[in-house]
Design a binder for this molecule. Structure first.
Ligand SMILES: [Fe+2]
Length: 128
């Protein structure tokens, strides 16, 4: 059984899929079950570089990832913000050299966030 907003990856072709409406079946790609990406978080330097941070400033409320490379080989591919009830979801994609930062002023105040690094995969804050 899948859960709303879970993210799965095909280890063969690299497809990434997200559950919008859960069902009872397994996700299959390239003839194999896709791998569930668990949300990682820890207090190490690696965790610090990958944890999405919330920040309020004159432009509103933002989510960003601070201190992470944004090269062709290693970069943050997207940040997602979602409401606690998971009924609102926002995704911002990034390219290498871009700043991994996005405005989420329109999202509920207590929204959560995750980010996806092309090498180190999915990370979120502690309460995700
Ligand atoms: Fe990374």
């Amino acid at each position: 059984m899948t859960e709303k907003l879970q993210i799965y990856k095909c280890e063969i072709c690299g497809n990434i899929a997200q559950i919008l409406i859960p069902g009872s079946g397994a996700l299959v790609c390239c003839g194999e079950e896709m791998k569930l990406l668990n949300i990682q978080h820890d207090e190490t330097e690696l965790g610090e570089k990958h944890t999405p941070k919330f920040e309020n400033n004159d432009s509103g409320r933002n989510v960003n990832v601070i201190g992470h490379p944004m090269t062709n080989e290693h970069y943050i591919q997207f940040i997602q913000a979602y409401s606690q009830d998971k009924n609102e979801l926002y995704t911002k994609y990034f390219y290498p050299e871009e700043e991994p930062k996005t405005n989420i002023s329109f999202m509920p105040e207590n929204s959560k966030a995750v980010e996806y690094c092309n090498i180190h995969r999915l990370w979120g804050s502690k309460d995700n």
